[in-house]
Design a protein around this ligand. Structure first.
Ligand code: SAM
Length: 284
């Protein structure tokens, strides 16, 4: 069954009376080439467990199941479950979980089920791309990598370097936890229904050691959020919202970290954010 063919999708829609849900970000992939790039980029081996977020009608799931030991796919839409039972009926190594991925304890699933390395994949629903990524990272998901398709603008923010307009709290959060690699550019024309934006597939390889060593991870991210929360302000002003610290504390922390107080968050590397948060931590 060629699930990526528009004619197959039409047949399935008719057979099951399925209707695309815009609210659930349902834009289904119809390009085998892109599916192959996601699978190859993920480097799935027969020892791996793959966790897929949002299988839809199973177009990526089926290809992953050919390569992996096991695939666990999490789909929120209950009207897709009988469809997935049908499209994936020939695979004995696929398990479908009908849940909201944002409410799921993924590490618990991994502990209970995994064999070999765990690789997360998905063509993510646009409306919750950032919350899904942040959830996986903040919960320190026990996976080797996360290969996901997202709106191009979000990928640009994730990849951005200091000094770039797209550089912000999301860039720092993802780069702190992961090495970021672009796998593919994906035009909007390869989806049904067609979205308004182009997409990018990124592979986020989870670092064994974080990009910077910080004494207090929570404080590090508080400094990042404070800096970018008021990105037009200088650090001397924006960092005062970190636990309501005084201008004097900000000033002496920046001095000890060797950072000019007139700089703005968008110019800071992860190392520099690390140095600042370590100095602030000494003065709290
Ligand atoms: N993987 C399929 C493909 O590439 O054709 C479908 C991708 S579609 C962009 C996103 C999928 O995520 C849909 O099947 C949608 O129902 C599902 N989804 C949306 N919100 C979800 C959530 N909170 N938890 C799990 N799945 C969700």
């Amino acid at each position: 069954m060629k699930l990526y063919q528009q004619s197959t999708i039409r047949e399935i829609k008719e057979k099951y009376g399925f209707k695309f849900s815009k609210n659930l970000g349902q834009n289904f992939l119809t390009d085998k080439n892109i599916i192959d790039k996601i699978i190859e980029g993920t480097q799935i081996t027969h020892k791996d467990t793959v966790i897929e977020i949002g299988p839809g009608i199973g177009v990526i799931t089926a290809e992953a199941a050919e390569k992996a030991k096991k695939v666990i796919a999490v789909e929120i839409d209950k009207t897709l479950i009988p469809i997935l039972d049908y499209t994936l009926k020939d695979f004995g190594n696929v398990k479908i979980i009908n849940e909201d991925v944002l409410k799921l304890d993924i590490n618990k699933i991994i502990e209970g089920e995994h064999q070999g390395d765990v690789k997360i994949i998905g063509n993510l629903p646009y409306y919750i791309t950032t919350p899904i990524i942040m959830k996986l990272l903040e919960e320190d998901v026990k996976a080797e990598s996360i290969t996901i398709m997202m709106q191009k603008e979000v990928a640009d923010r994730i990849k951005a370097s200091p000094g770039n307009k797209a550089y912000g709290a999301l860039s720092v959060a993802v780069q702190y936890h992961c090495l970021v690699e672009k796998i593919a550019d994906v035009p909007k024309s390869v989806f049904v229904p067609q979205p308004n934006v182009d997409s990018v597939v990124l592979k986020l390889k989870i670092r064994e050691e974080k990009a910077v060593e910080v004494q207090n991870k929570k404080l590090f991210f508080e400094c990042v959020r404070a800096g970018f929360g008021q990105r037009r302000k200088t650090l001397l002003n924006s960092l005062q919202t970190v636990q309501g610290i005084s201008k004097d504390i900000v000033s002496s922390s920046l001095k000890a970290a060797g950072i000019e107080p007139g700089r703005r968050a968008e110019t800071l590397s992860l190392e520099e954010f690390g140095k600042i948060s370590n100095e602030v931590g000494k003065r709290l």
